[in-house]
Write a protein that binds this ligand. Structure first.
Ligand code: HEC
Ligand code: HEC
Length: 314
């Protein structure tokens, strides 16, 4: 087991950032591409675009339909529903702190938000438009569309959870939640992958979720890298606000946090590429309950927008 610091408080200067006030627990600096600096204009445009249904073929679906601020920017569906009631195969991730992330999507097939944000518009199961159609309908350039959406998504941040307050002030968690944090770090081995300010290593691991009756229902990261070790591997999701984002996993196949904990306690689902860090845990009933309580204490305050016009989301 690797021991890593649960929350880095030291900020690395990775690039310029207009996000001057940082929620407790997050890095001060966020990497922002040199050719798309954050500005009020772009964030304001991006916020409007994010809920603009004209970006979808049937004008019924906006980014916000699947990434609803009321549910920590998820949709509470097992898999998302796009235009004409079409379904994809994956669960909508919580769009919080994605600006700190490196690779986007469950399989990391997109290397930047500026690239990622145009994909759902073109995905036949999501918004099903061509970029030519979308830009003509809205009367903006492709560049403005990408820069606005990416800038807005970068401003969606969650921090200030009770766990962050506890780690900075040494108080504020119940005894059970403290026990849960110890299980998270030690016996549960969760921190091996759910590490750092955003509780993710941004790496890809096979925990067996996609393994069904002797085969993979989704190859995950393998589709991008063609590396055998990446078969059935998915990006470690953040655990911030996790109590608000059920159902869980890349396919939404687990309904509750208690069932997620049982999945790990069993040692995941055995399959040829199961991550070596996934082993049976033999947690006691009390430890499982404490771990769930700790995960719930990761509920934070979500805000979007630049500090000049930041808004708390519901
Ligand atoms: C029909 C539902 C739907 C719509 C509409 C939609 N998304 Fe998503 N979004 C998803 C799903 C599902 C995924 C995960 C897909 C995958 O990983 O293959 C995702 C992934 C993402 C990610 C990657 C997050 C991560 O953790 O890697 C970002 C960023 C994102 N969407 C932003 C947007 C933006 C911006 C829009 C509007 C232009 C949008 N989405 C529209 C369902 C949707
Ligand atoms: C080997 C790395 C690894 C370890 C160890 C690990 N996780 Fe995960 N976790 C992942 C990955 C990867 C996923 C996504 C898997 C998928 O969807 O196929 C995930 C998903 C989750 C989710 C679902 C979140 C969501 O938004 O869907 C929760 C909750 C979670 N893990 C909690 C834990 C807890 C609690 C522990 C310790 C008992 C733990 N994890 C240990 C890598 C890991």
């Amino acid at each position: 087991m690797r021991f890593l610091v649960l929350l880095q408080t030291t900020a690395l200067a990775l690039g310029q950032s207009a996000l001057t006030t940082t929620p407790l627990g997050l890095d001060v600096y966020m990497r922002v591409p040199d050719d798309n600096p954050l500005t009020d204009e772009k964030v304001t445009l991006g916020r409007k675009l994010f809920s603009d249904k004209r970006l979808s073929r049937d004008q019924n679906v906006a980014c916000a339909s699947c990434h609803d601020a009321k549910h920590a920017f998820t949709d509470h569906r097992r898999v998302s529903e796009g235009v004409f009631g079409r379904h994809g195969t994956r669960n909508a991730p919580a769009l919080i702190n994605r600006g700190y992330g490196t690779l986007q999507f469950w399989d990391g097939r997109s290397a930047s938000l500026d690239h990622q944000v145009l994909k759902p518009i073109q995905d036949p199961n999501e918004m099903d438009m061509t970029l030519a159609e979308a830009t003509a309908r809205l009367g903006i350039t492709e560049r403005a569309l990408a820069e606005g959406l990416a800038s807005y998504v970068r401003t969606i941040r969650s921090g200030n959870s009770r766990v962050d307050k506890y780690l900075s002030r040494g108080a504020g968690l119940s005894t059970e939640e403290e026990v849960g944090m110890r299980v998270f770090r030690l016996k549960g081995n969760c921190v091996t992958c759910h590490v750092g300010p955003n509780f993710t290593d941004e790496q890809f691991h096979n925990t067996g979720i996609a393994w069904r009756k002797g085969d993979l229902s989704d190859e995950g990261r393998f589709a991008v890298t063609q590396r055998l070790a990446d078969r059935g591997a998915f990006k470690t999701p953040t655990l911030r606000d996790v109590a608000r984002t059920a159902p869980y996993m890349h396919d939404g196949s687990i309904a509750t946090l208690e069932e997620v904990i049982e999945h790990y306690d069993r040692g995941g689902v055995p399959n040829p590429q199961l991550d070596l860090e996934i082993q049976p845990l033999r947690l006691t009933v009390e430890e499982k309950r404490a771990l769930a309580a700790f995960l719930r204490a990761l509920a934070g305050e979500i805000s979007e927008g630049l500090p000049s016009g930041a808004r708390k989301t519901p």
